[in-house]
Design a protein around this ligand. Structure first.
Ligand SMILES: [Zn+2]
Length: 504
């Protein structure tokens, strides 16, 4: 158990945006009381506990993941994954066995990716009925925007739900994205999901997350906080349909504690590239479809005005160039005096040059996912296959965004949660001129998210008065991000212990 006041030091400290030697931190009451010269620290260390990580260790602010789905990710960890299958035939066989061996109310299989299967196509309702005739079964694609259900699962859906083809069993957008709403997990599942997700994030050196949910998930977070079980710091945003109720209760962005705060209002302007539902001006390669625009600029304008009246940040998912343009147009109509509520666009993956200019002019905050580049942004990868030779290279222009003076934060979207994968995506962008150096990438994964939740004065940096959310990594400033190891994580000066944390 950590004592209240201590000194901590490592070979390198990430201070003021770069790695420095000879630094120590004085930690007291969960905050950084002072940034010291190591020699002064040694003197003080005669009177205080002195934690020295000697050898190749680095001390950084703990990561802030500016976009994740913590509870959903945690629930998914208990769900059978279809990642790694290379044929639909094997997948169907796996489902047949799984369902016959375990008694459940509903089976949700996650993370399938038909582009990696020999057959290269989605399964059908009929095929699922053949292997699982008696219980509801749903397969959700890795992107979260597409799912396929068997007949029993489709029976549970009310009539008239958008994006559901009852013949093929394919569901796009609304249902897969809001699976929890249509097929609600019980409270215990959510609670277990949060605790499991929290553990996994802490293992990766993350102390703060921007999470998305409903009043119900918020209530469960609140319960865990009261019980002293919420160790992470959670900025909890709500889906759009809850704006009215939240505003009615007088709640707004920023309300809460240093462990659980009310975030913004989240809406979707399009889908994903992997599901070919992200909205572009030009069609996807080899098709005449160019995605689905879910909100137009008038709807966005209305949303922004309503949220502004209630004091809420607006957080809009937009991936394709067309969706991004539409969202910016909506912001332009709604905003007249800058962007004090720090409204954000999430993903902003394929902006046109003019959109980057517009985002800057409107001072829109951009929450981006560098791990997407690592996963899909390689030569011959999914972006190239789906979007074609010219367009795919426009993906995630991180350096251009930063150098345009835009506010940028890194997050994972929990696909998967590792900040190290994200750092390496940013540092090895397929377009060399869009690569970021390690220091800048780390800043976007720490200070970045803190700024987006209005917490730049208390977290994301190692400075006097800041929360002692500290991360010790084994490695050197020039190490490959994939080789870095999480040694210890301190949240509010308290060392995280237990399962898998700090086992190097
Ligand atoms: Zn997301």
């Amino acid at each position: 158990m950590m004592t209240e006041r201590f000194i901590i030091t490592a070979e390198w400290t990430f201070l003021e945006g770069r790695f420095q030697k000879g630094i120590a931190l004085l930690v007291s009451g969960g905050r950084i009381e002072g940034v010291l010269d190591r020699s002064d620290a040694r003197f003080l260390g005669r009177y205080l506990p002195f934690l020295e990580y000697s050898g190749e260790y680095m001390l950084l602010p703990a990561f802030v993941d500016a976009h994740c789905h913590l509870h959903a990710y945690g629930i998914d960890l208990y769900r059978p994954s279809l990642e790694g299958f290379s044929s639909l035939r094997d997948v169907l066989e796996y489902i047949r066995n799984f369902v016959s061996e375990r008694e459940k109310k509903l089976y949700v299989f996650v993370d399938f990716d038909q582009s990696r299967w020999k057959e290269g196509r989605l399964p059908s309702r009929a095929e699922l009925d053949r292997v699982a005739p008696n219980r509801p079964v749903i397969l959700r694609r890795v992107c979260g925007h597409v799912a396929v259900g068997n007949s029993r699962a489709l029976e549970l859906l009310p009539e008239g739900v958008d994006g559901v083809d009852r013949d093929t069993g394919v569901m796009v957008e609304d249902v897969p994205l809001n699976l929890e709403r249509y097929f609600p997990p019980d409270e215990r599942e959510i609670e277990e999901g949060i605790l499991r997700g929290q553990r996994e994030y802490m293992k990766l050196g993350v102390a703060s997350v921007h999470e998305f949910g409903s009043p119900r998930t918020f209530r469960i977070y609140r319960k865990l906080e009261r019980e002293g079980k919420l160790n992470l710091r959670v900025y909890h945003s709500f889906y759009r349909r809850y704006l009215g109720a939240l505003a009615e209760a007088g709640l707004s962005t920023g309300f809460g504690s240093i462990h659980l705060r009310i975030g913004g209002i989240k809406a979707f302007a399009d889908g994903s590239v992997g599901a070919r539902t992200a909205a572009f001006f030009e069609p996807y390669e080899g098709t005449d479809a160019s995605g689905i625009l879910l909100l137009n600029s008038e709807e966005i304008e209305e949303l922004v005005r309503g949220a502004e009246n209630a004091g809420f940040q607006v957080i809009i998912h937009a991936i394709g160039d067309r969706a991004i343009e539409e969202v910016l147009e909506g912001f332009r109509k709604a905003l007249s005096t800058g962007n004090p509520l720090r409204h954000r666009i999430e993903h902003f993956e394929f902006p046109l040059e003019r959109s980057i200019g517009a985002a800057r002019e409107l001072e829109i905050y951009l929450s981006v996912q560098p791990n997407f580049v690592a996963r899909w942004g390689r030569e011959g990868g999914m972006y190239e296959n789906f979007l074609g030779e010219k367009r795919w290279r426009r993906n995630n222009p991180f350096r251009t965004l930063c150098e345009s003076g835009l506010k940028v934060a890194f997050g994972s979207d929990s696909m998967p949660p590792s900040p190290f994968l994200g750092l390496s995506g940013a540092m090895r962008h397929p377009v060399e001129s869009e690569r970021l150096e390690a220091e800048r990438a780390i800043s976007l994964y720490t200070e970045g998210g803190a700024l987006f939740s209005f917490e730049e004065d208390i977290k994301g940096k190692l400075s006097e008065g800041y929360l002692a959310d500290l991360l010790i990594l084994k490695g050197r400033p020039d190490s490959d991000p994939g080789d870095l190891k999480v040694i210890d994580l301190y949240i509010g000066g308290k060392k995280a212990e237990g399962e898998g944390i700090g086992e190097a």
